[in-house]
Design a protein around this ligand. Sequence first.
Ligand code: PPS
Ligand code: ADP
Length: 691
Amino acid sequence: MPNAAPPQYCPTPRELDDVELLAIGALAPTVAFGEADSPVTLTLPPDVADAAAAAGAVELVDPEGLPLARVGVPDGEVTPLTHAQYGPFRRLYLSPARVRERYAGRTVVPVVDALTDEQIDDIGATGPVLLLALVGHGTPELPATGLIRATLAAAALMPDAAVVAVPLASHDDAETDHALGLQVVANYAGPDPIRAVAARVAATMVEEGAPPPDTTVVEEGAPPPDTTVVEEGALAPVSKPTYPPAIQAIVDQERPDPVDQGLVLFFTGLSGSGKSTLARALMDRILEQGARTVTSLDGDVVRRHLSAGLTFSKADRETNIRRIGWVAAEISRHGGLAVCSPIAPFDETRQQVRTMVEDAGGAFFLVHVATPLEECERRDRKGLYAKARRGEIPEFTGISSPYEDPEDADVRVDTTGRSIEDALDDVIDALAEAGYLDLRDDEGGFEAQAPGRLRTSTTDPVVEVRGAPATSLETTDPGNTVVEEGAAPPDATVVEEGALAPVSKPPHPDDPLGVLFVCTANICRSPYMELAARGLAGTDGAVVFSGAGTHGSAGGAFDAEMAGIYRQAGGSDGHTFSSRPLTTDLLRDADLVLTAESSHRQFILDDHPALFRKVFTLGQFAEVVRNGDADLAGRELIAYAAEHRGPADPELDVPDPYRRGPEAARTCAQQLDELLRVVVPALTGAGRIDG
Ligand SMILES: Nc1ncnc2c1ncn2[C@@H]1O[C@H](COP(=O)(O)OS(=O)(=O)O)[C@@H](OP(=O)(O)O)[C@H]1O
Ligand SMILES: Nc1ncnc2c1ncn2[C@@H]1O[C@H](COP(=O)(O)OP(=O)(O)O)[C@@H](O)[C@H]1O
């Protein structure tokens, strides 16, 4: 004897539609889920099925948790609890009984697509009609609401037409849908005539699983005496439908050209395969073109925000990817463009994201960055593969956790031995061929610039790249990746400060220049840089030096080894030094951020890509100064460096001496001294030829 409370379960959208159809008697004689040979089924996950079997029922709820119906287990009988009350055009969703009461005597016309001029004329001439919009989840081109709006607009153009909506969703099989369509329409029509619309729509109906043309209705039983029999072929298939202006406007609005459709560009591949690099480069191109907004959902960045706290277990990876998919789908729902670049190792989860996006009306474009494991491991830019091989990172993709190659990728790119631009071209070509985005003739495309030859911005042509409005999770901005990878930015490209930079402050030319040195813990390298720079700048108050650590904690002392070297060289400060973590405020307030390693720079840019023009590695900035124009100083120099920097090559990094002994500390201090002797006088202006 069941006694437990029935479990609650939110079924699939198709099952939710079916439960409504069963509850209102639209599928009669089918009245329950799981009747013999019926496609109307309900699949419960095993744990829910067990609990439902114990309770003798399951309570179906809508996505917001509103209980809609109780379904007996195992008999599948449906007892309505509440009727769905919300949703656009709810008032038009009537039961067959209510329709019989209200609209008896009308010719029933199933509608599964926007009606054309010809169809409207034809149906309108029939006399009083009931347009039965079999909406389900819409057609591939029109969402459910669009189909209802188009049907209402058509009704308004007929002498006497009423509209009723029916939540008949496709069961993914044309024959099944055909049979269900007949069943539903017959229930609504009762003894009244049924009239199918033209062949063009009939063809769509078969594709979409809605009921077939009238010929099949005749098969279903003798039509009542007043049935209008439409001669098959009386309305020839319409190759180019024309719509009345009111419907055309709806169709245009609801069926955006692929170029205006919401789009999710999803890069998948192993760590180090080049997902982030290609994604960033692509976003740069999109922003330069300026036609669209773009939101980045990069794997690493998402894991610091949206998915903070998740592990790399299979379950957590799936959760991570579904979260990315959910956000991306919402972005695409509103016509936006999301660029995602997680590993996403599991095919099933990628498919789920595809479905989420497509259900939201967006297009899903899968890029498989198919760089082989050997190459990713050779690059090992984060040192993670080495750690994984040593067993220090469990469940590492490609080493101790699987990566399932996609079979549904829209384009596959192996970046081995190729330049980023070259690899990117494959993606750009595929996107253009698919009709979503044409970035091929982008005038803002990068031109390779001869390395080492620097020019001043005053003599160069200026291209303003304001960028399309970009949204966060991560906003991005042109230039960033290109520079990292060594390709030069376009000649004297000027990006408007602040247009895309959520944490930039407006320039105050009279303020002292704030230079922030960044390393990991703010106890070895950045304090040394800060103090040594102060020593080099002397009494020049025009530049203020400070420091912070990407993983710094507050209150740490200056490392003894580094402090010893600093004092040996005559340094007298640092006794009261106290470490601090890097914050958004510190970044915002700094005019220039100089990091010890490229990984620190990347850490900052991952969260604040728009700051790319003021965040450099110390070595990278020193290179610009060495190769640049000795006349420039201060903010001018920083602006110049933003336009003319080379890659943040790890070769230029100053490695961490922490706990590596006195020799490592000496080497580190020496390296920092050399770089600071180039950078500090240039910033203060002491290095000017005339100064
Ligand atoms: N165990 C393990 N396996 C794989 N990757 C690991 C792991 N631990 C940390 N990392 C770092 O996390 C980045 C991948 O995160 P993702 O969110 O993209 O992974 S997943 O899609 O959820 O599988 C990945 O970054 P990318 O190199 O950008 O891919 C790694 O830097
Ligand atoms: N053709 C190429 N396309 C993309 N990345 C490349 C290419 N050639 C070399 N690389 C390098 O490979 C690394 C890829 O790293 P990243 O883009 O962070 O990968 P992922 O996001 O997949 O972990 C970068 O250091 C990049 O410079």
